[in-house]
Design a protein around this ligand. Structure first.
Ligand SMILES: NC(=O)C1=CN([C@@H]2O[C@H](COP(=O)(O)OP(=O)(O)OC[C@H]3O[C@@H](n4cnc5c(N)ncnc54)[C@H](OP(=O)(O)O)[C@@H]3O)[C@@H](O)[C@H]2O)C=CC1
Ligand SMILES: O=C(O)[C@@H]1CCC=N1
Length: 274
C-alpha cells in the first residue's frame, strides 16, 4: 500500500466478535471510509446495529466453505472463548492471512498455534468508539510491511496507535490503557458519590463529576503541559485542593492503590495467556 489509509485497503476483512470493542472498531472503519463490501462479521448473536450494516454490504456470518481464506482476520472474542472460536476461524486463514487480535492476554504464540497466519497482537480501549482510543500493537516476525500497514490503518481508524517491538510489554499496556478507561469512569462515579456525601443533590453531584472529568480530560488532551503541572495549576497554596491532595497523595494514597491495581490487571492478563 502506498499509504496506510482505510480507503487504500483492497483486501477482505473478517471481524470475529462484534461486541463492545469489535463493534466499536467496525463503526470506526466504516466511518473512516472502509468499503463495507470488504467486511464480513462472525458473531453468534449479531446486535441489531451490526445486522443493519448488511444493507450496506457487510456480510454476516459467512460460511467458511464458500468464503475461503480472507486477507485480514480481526479477532475480538473474549480470550476465554478463543480456543473454541479459533478452531472455527481456521478455515478462513491461509499463509497470506494477517490475524489481528485485540484479545487481552492472548499471546502471538497461541494465536499462531490456533489460527496460523501472520499475527499482530493489539490492545485498544473503548474511547475507540468516538475515535479517541489508543492502541498498542506488536507484530510477529512474519508480518509483511503491507500486512502491518493494513493493521495500522484498521487500528488507527479508532484513534492513535503505538507500535512496540517487545510483546512482553502487552500485559502492562492492557492494565494501563486497555482497562484504563474503567479507572477514569470509576473516578467520575466516586467523585459524584463523595459530592452527595458532602451534601450535594445527586443530580448536581453527578453532573459536576461528569463535567469535571471530561473537561479535565479535554484540557489534558489539548494542553502541552504535563498532568502534574495542570494539577499544580489547580492547587492554590494553603487552599482547598491542597487539603484534598493531602489525602489522595498521602500514605497510603492513590499512588499505592494505582500500583496495586495495575499489578492486579497485569497479573490477570498474564493468567489469561494460560
Ligand atoms: N471492552 C474493552 O474495553 C476491551 C476489550 N478488549 C478485548 O476485546 C475482546 C472482546 O471484548 P468485549 O468487546 O468487551 O466483549 P464482548 O462480549 O462485548 O464481545 C465479544 C463478542 O464475541 C462474540 N462471540 C462469542 N463467541 C464467538 C465466536 N465463536 N465467534 C465469533 N464471535 C463470538 C460474543 O457474542 P456473545 O455475547 O453472544 O457471546 C460477543 O458479541 C476481548 O478479548 C477483550 O480482551 C480489548 C481492549 C479493550
Ligand atoms: O477487562 C478486560 O479483560 C478487557 C481488556 C482490557 C479492557 N477490557
Amino acid at each position: 500500500m502506498a499509504n496506510n489509509t482505510l480507503q487504500n485497503i483492497t483486501g477482505t476483512i473478517l471481524l470475529a466478535g462484534a461486541g463492545k470493542m469489535g463493534g466499536a472498531m467496525l463503526t470506526g472503519w466504516l466511518a473512516g471510509g472502509l468499503d463495507p463490501r470488504r467486511v464480513a462479521v462472525i458473531d453468534p448473536h449479531v446486535a441489531p446495529e451490526i445486522s443493519a450494516l448488511a444493507a450496506k454490504g457487510v456480510v454476516l456470518n459467512p460460511d467458511a466453505a464458500t468464503a475461503g481464506a480472507i486477507d485480514t482476520l480481526v479477532v475480538a472474542v473474549k480470550p476465554q472463548m478463543f480456543r473454541e472460536a479459533g478452531a472455527k476461524l481456521k478455515p478462513f486463514v491461509s499463509d497470506k492471512t494477517s490475524v489481528v487480535s485485540i484479545m487481552a492476554g492472548t499471546t502471538i504464540a497461541s494465536l499462531e498455534e490456533v489460527c496460523g497466519g501472520a499475527v499482530v497482537r493489539a490492545m485498544p480501549n473503548t474511547p475507540a468508539a468516538i475515535g479517541r482510543g489508543i492502541t498498542v500493537a506488536v507484530a510477529a516476525k512474519n508480518v509483511s510491511p503491507a500486512q502491518r500497514a493494513v493493521a495500522d490503518a484498521l487500528l488507527r481508524a479508532t484513534g492513535s496507535v503505538e507500535w512496540v517491538e517487545d510483546e512482553g510489554l502487552m500485559d502492562a499496556v492492557t492494565a494501563v490503557s486497555g482497562s484504563g478507561p474503567a479507572y477514569v469512569f470509576l473516578l467520575a462515579e466516586e467523585l459524584a458519590r463523595a459530592g452527595v456525601e458532602a451534601g450535594l443533590p445527586e443530580a448536581l453531584a453527578t453532573k459536576l463529576a461528569r463535567e469535571t472529568v471530561t473537561g479535565s480530560g479535554e484540557l489534558l488532551h489539548r494542553s502541552e503541559l504535563p498532568a502534574s503541572t495542570l494539577r499544580q495549576n489547580v492547587t492554590s497554596p494553603g487552599g482547598t485542593t491542597a487539603a484534598a491532595l493531602g489525602v489522595l497523595m498521602g500514605e497510603p494514597g492513590l499512588r499505592d492503590l494505582m500500583i496495586r491495581a495495575i499489578a492486579a490487571a497485569t497479573k490477570r492478563s498474564k493468567e489469561l495467556a494460560k
